[in-house]
Write a protein that binds this ligand. Structure first.
Ligand SMILES: [Cu+2]
Length: 155
């Protein structure tokens, strides 16, 4: 009799285990991706940072606008990015509109080592490079890794 009860208990645990495993994918399917991302931002889940980093490198050069004085990107939420093309040689002072203390410089110079697509980050209220020298035609993409919103603005 004891053995029989034991079997029932084990059987019940197996069924429960199977159910809880099945429930997770169903919940994920019904939640829209946008809602999930918003939840992540609000809850500030540290583990999810890796996921947003993986999503980052997606065709940086497609919607890049020309780097021009007075130009500014929209505010970037965590994980969002913005790209600018630096076609003209010269020096560009960049800052963040909500936090003007955040500054960096882009020097565009013929023959510079960096060219093509360059990725920078905005982390802990700082641009990941203070000064960066790139060749004309370089596309720089900034990705915000902070929960606070930042942008990329040209003086
Ligand atoms: Cu900022």
């Amino acid at each position: 009799m004891k053995l029989y009860l034991g079997m029932i208990v084990i059987g019940g645990m197996l069924v429960l285990g199977a159910c809880s495993e099945e429930e997770q994918p169903i919940v994920n399917d019904t939640m829209e991706e946008e809602e999930m991302e918003e939840n992540v931002v609000e809850e500030e889940v540290v583990e999810e940072t890796e996921t947003s980093e993986e999503e980052t490198p997606e065709e940086p050069s497609t919607d890049a606008s020309e780097a021009t004085m007075g130009e500014a990107s929209p505010l970037l939420k965590k994980g969002e990015s913005t790209s600018f093309v630096f076609s003209e040689a010269g020096e560009f002072s960049i800052y963040c509109e909500p936090h003007p203390v955040m500054k960096m410089n882009v020097v565009v110079e013929e023959g510079a080592e960096l060219s093509g697509d360059v990725s920078l980050e905005i982390v802990d209220y700082e641009f990941s490079e203070e000064t960066i020298t790139v060749a004309p035609g370089t596309v720089i993409t900034w990705t915000n890794q902070d929960s606070a919103q930042h942008n990329v603005a040209f003086e």
